[in-house]
Structures are given as C-alpha cells and as structure tokens.
Design a protein around this ligand. Structure first.
Ligand SMILES: Cc1cc2nc3c(=O)[nH]c(=O)nc-3n(C[C@H](O)[C@H](O)[C@H](O)COP(=O)(O)OP(=O)(O)OC[C@H]3O[C@@H](n4cnc5c(N)ncnc54)[C@H](O)[C@@H]3O)c2cc1C
Length: 304
C-alpha cells in the first residue's frame, strides 16, 4: 500500500542507498569504491522491470554486453579474482514467451566467458524455477562460468539441490516472491533453517555456496557451523544499502569463525524510472525500510 502510493520523487530519494545510480558508470564506480574501501566484491545488476517490447529486450542484451566489455577492460578490475560478476533476470530478455529468453542468456554467457566475467541468473517467481535451473546447469556444463539461485521457501528446492554439478555456484536465498502455501513455506524462520541445511547439502556435492541474506543469526551460524573447512567454496552476499556497518565489519574481520568473501549486489538503472520500480518492490518486501533509512539519515546528521 505504502509502496504503491508514495510519490515517485520521494521513492527516488529513498532509493539512493539501495541503487548505485542512474547509469552504468555509477554501478562501476560503486563497485570499485566498495572494493577499494572494504574489500567487498560486487555483482552488478541492470534494473529493467517489466519489459515493454522487443526493442527493450535488445536494449537489455546490448547493455549487458557493454557492461561485460567494460568489466573486462576497466583497469580498476584488472584482477580476475576481484572483478565484479553480473546478475540478470531472465524476464528482462523476453516479452512473454519464457523460452525465448534462453538464446539471449546464452549469448551473454558466451561474451562473459571471453571477458572473464562470472554470471549469475537470478531466480524469479515459481513459473521460472525449472527453466532457470535447467538453463544455468546447461550453460555451466558447456564451460561457462554461470551460476544461479535457489529459494529455500519453495518445497521443491530440496529435490532441486540434486540437479547441481560439482563446482557450480549456487546462491541460496529465502526468496522475495510471495508464493502459495501449497508450494512454499510461509514461516521465515523455517526458510532460514533450510538455508543452513541446504548449504550443507550443496557443499557435500562440491558446489560453491553463496549465502544471500542479511539475517545476522543465520550468517553467524553459517560461519561457525557450516563454512569451516569449506572456506574456498563459500561466499556471503548482501544487497547494497542493507548491511549494518558494525556487523559487516566484524564479519569481514573473521570474528564469526570462518572468513569468506563478501559480495554486494549492486543494482544500477539506466534512468530513474527503473530504479523507482525496483525500490517499490523492496518497499513491498520490507515496509519498515523507509524508517530504517530515515533513522540512518538522522544518525548520520547527529554524528556530524
Ligand atoms: C545478494 C542477494 C541476491 C538475491 N537474489 C535473489 C533472487 O535471485 N531471487 C529472489 O527471490 N530473492 C533474491 N534475494 C532476496 C532474498 O530472497 C530475500 O528476500 C532478502 O534477502 C531478505 O531476506 P533475508 O534473508 O535478508 O531475511 P529478512 O528476515 O527479510 O531480513 C533480515 C534483516 O535484514 C534487514 N533487511 C532485509 N531486507 C531488507 C531490505 N530490503 N531493506 C532494509 N532492510 C532489510 C531487516 O532488518 C531484517 O530484519 C537476494 C538477496 C540477496 C542478499
């Protein structure tokens, strides 16, 4: 409700901490800044909510190709180990027919391979689940550095774990899309327990686990109970603007047991309309976000 009726300029104001900016250069700059200051890795995501027509699909493909080439040639990211990866949503590459997205994803993955850029195919709502896993595994098995995402809220995910070959990257998240209770859990605490259980299964299969959560107790348990002994196959990921600094600092310092890489999901838009749409989605998920932003702002003012 709040998300729908908040005026665009206000949404844009609130978007600032969560979106790198209104251009690709802004995304690259934020990625470099966080790497330089905190040693945080990044995955860059073009915000393209609701594709309107074939021309927009081609524009999204062209933007990702441009982004990949920028990452491969930018001297700030010359080190392959700290070069940002890219994240993308299949729905940005079709006007309706889901199958049509594959050829674009394959073209992007091929270009990414030539530039040494890793690709993660984000997971959307349940009609996409099967295809997304199938495509990601197919591209990985063809020799591309492609990973994908599993949502622990879905009941099917436990069986889906078995589809991932050794070496493949899998981001585990609770899932942002509300799903009916016949196919998904509705209890967040249970989804988070599954994150730890599923991480163990994936590590036992030889997969690389990326834990995508801001839930501090879950992160702490992951680092103390799951990651030790698997440090080379684990990563923690959070959304730009969400992590609390003191906690992130302790996490990067290895205070919770295992020390693993930390990656920020850095969305950028080409223009602020897409950025506004992204923030409305985040506000629907976390209505108290506006108050968190306000609180942080006032804290910052007092500290000056
Ligand atoms: C790197 C990354 C990639 C993701 N990719 C996908 C994907 O491909 N598909 C998908 O369905 N979902 C994706 N998600 C979203 C994920 O599924 C969750 O919806 C989201 O991370 C919130 O769940 P949580 O585990 O952080 O737990 P929560 O219980 O929701 O959050 C824990 C605490 O973090 C804070 N917090 C969480 N989210 C926000 C926010 N947006 N703004 C402000 N504070 C917040 C709150 O203080 C909250 O108490 C991704 C998340 C991350 C971090």
């Amino acid at each position: 409700m709040l998300a729908r009726f908040t005026p665009g300029p206000l949404v844009r104001w609130f978007a600032r901490p969560y979106v790198a900016g209104g251009s690709m250069a802004d995304g690259l700059e934020v990625a470099h800044d966080r790497l330089d200051r905190f040693g945080a890795l990044a995955t860059l995501d073009l915000l393209g909510e609701g594709v309107q027509g074939a021309a927009e699909v081609l524009e999204n493909v062209a933007t990702y190709i441009e982004l990949i080439d920028a990452l491969g040639t930018d001297p700030r990211f010359a080190d392959r180990a700290t070069r940002p990866s890219i994240s993308l949503k299949p729905s940005a590459f079709t006007t309706g027919d889901r199958e049509a997205a594959y050829e674009h994803l394959a073209a992007i993955a091929a270009r990414a391979k030539t530039q040494g850029v890793a690709v993660t195919i984000d997971m959307e709502d349940h009609p996409w689940t099967d295809r997304t896993i199938e495509w990601a595994v197919k591209l990985f098995e063809a020799g591309h550095d492609v990973g994908t995402v599993l949502q622990t809220r879905l009941h099917r995910t436990e069986a889906d774990l078995q589809r991932f070959p050794a070496g493949m990257r899998v981001r585990l998240v609770i899932g942002i899309y509300p799903e009916d209770d016949d196919i998904a859990l509705t209890d967040k605490a249970a989804m988070k327990v599954r994150m730890l259980d599923f991480a163990k299964v994936l590590l036992a299969r030889g997969c690389f686990v990326e834990l995508g959560t801001h839930d501090e107790p879950t992160l702490e348990r992951f680092l103390r109970e799951v990651a030790p002994g698997h440090e080379a196959s684990c990563e923690i990921q959070m959304l730009l603007g969400v992590p609390r600094r003191p906690f992130a600092r302790r996490l990067l310092a290895g205070e919770f047991g295992a020390t693993v890489p930390f990656r920020l999901y850095v969305p950028f838009a080409l223009g602020w309309d897409d950025a506004t749409a992204y923030l409305r989605r985040r506000m629907r998920e976390s209505p108290n976000m506006m108050w968190l932003v306000l609180r942080n702002l006032f804290k910052a003012r007092k500290a000056k």
